[in-house]
Design a protein around this ligand. Structure first.
Ligand code: SF4
Length: 320
């Protein structure tokens, strides 16, 4: 049994939620029609080089439908697929879901908060789209709902953030996480492995930095080349400028990486899954649950678990 109370080698979000809520929770992905300062000219116009938000949205989730309608259709979809799910989190996923005035955000989230099936909000956004007023509002919601602000950080290196046209620095990411913690609101973070110009060594080393961030949960993805992005154009021009992970390479990499991650951070995802028709890079031809199983099997073979090396390193640092 590991410190998070299961025999799994990762502190998995699914187990955490089961412990907290006593039942399986599903997320209903929503597109509230937000845009993004890295697309509308406020920070930039081209967007991040890998971004095509449409590639990740489920079919029921389009901004021409009201939030209530999207929730209704999302719940119907999940009820057919996972017969056991009875409670849901509203997942404001597309673009930057805190990019607007506080009054606008309150209007947007209202239908989700009024739905009896919804017990939490997960709000995906950028680190430069949050402030004290919004966090005060989220803190008030967190008194009655499970609330996580999920920040796209993507890399801990400013050189990478610049190359991917992210439009913010890692220092801004840290400030947003610190501020969120000060308001007592849970933070999530999203990182991508395999971004151009970032070495495998840099990626491995980032575990130390990620482990010290005030994070409730984290998602890791391998880079996928998605249609309709700047990366697609660069990949077509010269695929050799990319160093994409094969499935086997990634399983080895992420198994080691997770052993260096602080065991108190909940793992929400260890790999990405894009519709094969949208992905022109390295196709793994496995569903996410199959990839996850392969990773956990590899961790078992290598006798690794989340935090094993993190804790060893910490002890060694303490002795110095
Ligand atoms: S990834 Fe997020 S921040 Fe970057 S362009 Fe897309 S929506 Fe904007």
């Amino acid at each position: 049994m590991y410190p998070w109370g299961t025999n799994r080698r990762i502190n998995a979000a699914s187990n955490y939620l089961k412990r907290e809520f006593g039942e399986r929770i599903q997320k209903v992905a929503l597109d509230a029609g937000f845009t993004c300062p890295n697309r509308d000219g406020t920070v930039g116009t081209g967007g991040c080089v890998y971004c095509n938000n449409d590639a990740f949205n489920p079919s029921y989730c389009t901004p021409d439908k009201s939030i209530s309608q999207q929730i209704h259709e999302g719940i119907e979809f999940h009820e057919k697929r996972y017969r056991s799910a009875v409670k849901y989190f509203a997942y404001f996923q597309a673009f930057s879901n805190t990019y607007g005035s506080l009054e606008h955000l309150q209007q947007v989230y209202k239908p989700a908060l009024e739905n009896d099936n919804i017990i939490g909000l997960i709000v995906g956004t950028r680190p430069d789209c949050i402030d004290e007023y919004k966090l005060e509002y989220f803190a008030s919601l967190a008194e009655n709902y499970y609330v996580v602000i999920e920040y796209g950080l993507e890399s801990v290196y400013n050189s990478t953030l610049e190359k991917i046209n992210r439009g913010h620095t890692f220092e801004q990411s840290v400030r947003a996480l610190e501020l969120t913690r000060q308001f007592g609101v849970k933070s999530g973070a999203h990182f991508i492995f395999g971004l151009k110009g970032e070495t495998r060594r840099q990626m491995s080393d980032s575990a130390k930095i990620v482990s010290e961030l005030p994070l409730h949960m984290v998602k890791f993805h391998q880079l996928q080349i998605v249609r309709g992005t700047q990366y697609e154009r660069e990949f077509i021009e010269d695929p050799h400028t990319f160093n994409l992970f094969s499935l086997e390479e990634y399983i080895d990499f992420i198994s080691e990486y997770i052993s260096c991650i602080n065991p108190s951070i909940i793992i929400e995802r260890l790999a990405g899954e894009t519709q094969p028709r949208n992905n022109i890079g390295m196709l793994w031809n496995l569903r996410y649950d199959q990839v996850l199983k392969r990773i956990e099997t590899r961790m078992e073979e290598l006798d690794l678990w989340q935090g094993k090396k993190y804790l060893n390193n910490k002890q060694n640092r303490g002795k110095q």
